[in-house]
Ligand binder design. Structure first.
Ligand SMILES: C[S@@+](CC[C@H](N)C(=O)[O-])C[C@H]1O[C@@H](n2cnc3c(N)ncnc32)[C@H](O)[C@@H]1O
Length: 188
């Protein structure tokens, strides 16, 4: 049934996690016994529903009105256990409090990854992980893209450097899907 959502995304050009990235994310959830997830970037709810299908409670941010409406419809149809909470807000300006989570999944505006990381890492449970998608951004060649995309690629590069040099997190990078990372808080 979630294949219906995938087909919709392909047909309507909604960017969702690719199969390999999804497999990686779901394996990470299983290996780390993740029970609660904060997702930044819902789109139509595909990845949130996939994580919910493993029994996770998922709070997920979406700011785009059209996406919010589609996600609501999909959650009504497929989230039978009511484990997903859609937060209809820009994650950069959200003010209310949140719970803490075993996993934070960042899959929203690529230029803002560092901000998302800095704002939300405090909501991670001890031993939790932060997963980022799209770090390789479709493996585009920086010399063969327009100015805006080049800026975006530079920002992602800066974010990768930021993660590598972070004094409180250990990050592993995986060249699969669109480029994924897992950051784990260092035990000091
Ligand atoms: C790549 S899509 C998410 C795909 C989804 N995680 C999946 O795999 O099914 C990114 C979504 O993040 C949303 N987004 C981007 N920046 C955001 C922000 N600052 N706050 C909330 N949502 C944001 C976009 O509107 C878009 O729908």
């Amino acid at each position: 049934m979630l294949n219906t959502l995938k087909s919709y995304a392909v047909e309507h050009k909604v960017p969702i996690i690719c199969d390999q990235g999804l497999e990686f994310l779901l394996n990470t959830i299983k290996e780390n016994h993740v029970k609660s997830v904060l997702e930044i970037g819902t789109a139509i709810g595909y990845s949130a529903l996939q994580m919910e299908s493993l029994g996770c409670y998922v709070d997920t941010f979406e700011r785009n009105k059209d996406m919010i409406n589609l996600a609501k419809k999909n959650f009504k149809l497929y989230d039978e256990n009511h484990r997903i909470r859609l937060i209809e807000s820009d994650a950069l300006t959200y003010q209310s409090d949140l719970k803490t989570y075993d996993l934070i999944f960042i899959d929203a505006a690529k230029a803002q990854y560092q901000k998302f990381f800095d704002i939300y890492e405090k909501y991670l449970n001890p031993g939790g992980v932060i997963v980022c998608d799209n770090l390789a951004f479709h493996h585009l060649d920086i010399n063969k893209v327009n100015r805006n995309t080049r800026q975006l690629l530079k920002k992602l590069e800066m974010f990768i450097t930021y993660l590598k040099n972070h004094d409180q997190y250990d990050t592993k990078f995986y060249d699969l899907g669109d480029g994924m990372s897992i950051s784990r808080k260092k035990i000091i």
